[in-house]
Design a protein around this ligand. Structure first.
Ligand SMILES: [Zn+2]
Length: 165
């Protein structure tokens, strides 16, 4: 299978090259595929999330799932104690990710507002994954910095409409 199921970026070049007065947008190198992201799926259709993980070169290579403390199809929240513990103990954290099992494939107004209120750290990102369409969006307080689509196996594409809007 090799790297055939890793993300294909559709517009990162364009996004990466746009310089803005608020600071240059920084496009990450994203090496995530179905194998790394499937840990965020929830058969009940609830939002899940966790930390983005990077390798030594700074590429995004993994996800550390942290189960939501809410049972909600529209909100994800990490336990604050767990958040602080993992921040303290992990050296490979590159930001946070959550899913949109239903609704908008893109980051919501709330996602963007919160990111402006609490900007990401230097070298970190926020990400939203919409399993139904495969869309994966990396963004920060300046906007989207990388958008790609994750290839999903056939069985998932067949059952996804039953679980996800
Ligand atoms: Zn969201």
């Amino acid at each position: 299978m090799g790297g055939t199921d890793t993300a294909r970026s559709q517009s990162s070049g364009e996004l990466a090259s746009s310089g803005s007065p608020g600071g240059a947008k920084r496009a990450p190198k994203v090496l995530l595929g179905w194998k790394e992201l499937k840990c965020l799926l929830d058969a009940r259709g609830y939002e899940q999330g966790g930390f983005l993980l990077k390798n030594e070169d700074g590429a995004i290579v993994g996800v550390l799932p942290v189960p939501s403390r809410l049972n909600s199809p529209e909100r994800y929240a990490m336990d604050p104690k767990e958040y602080r513990r993992l921040r303290r103990t992990r050296k490979d954290i590159a930001g946070v990710i959550h899913t949109h099992p239903s609704g908008d494939p893109e980051p919501s107004e709330d996602d963007r507002r919160l990111t402006k209120l609490f900007p990401v750290r230097e070298g970190e990102y926020r990400a939203v994954w919409h399993p139904r369409s495969g869309r994966l969006t990396f963004f920060d307080q300046t906007g989207d910095v990388w958008v790609g689509y994750i290839r999903r196996p056939l069985w998932f594409r067949l059952i996804a409409p039953l679980f996800y809007e």
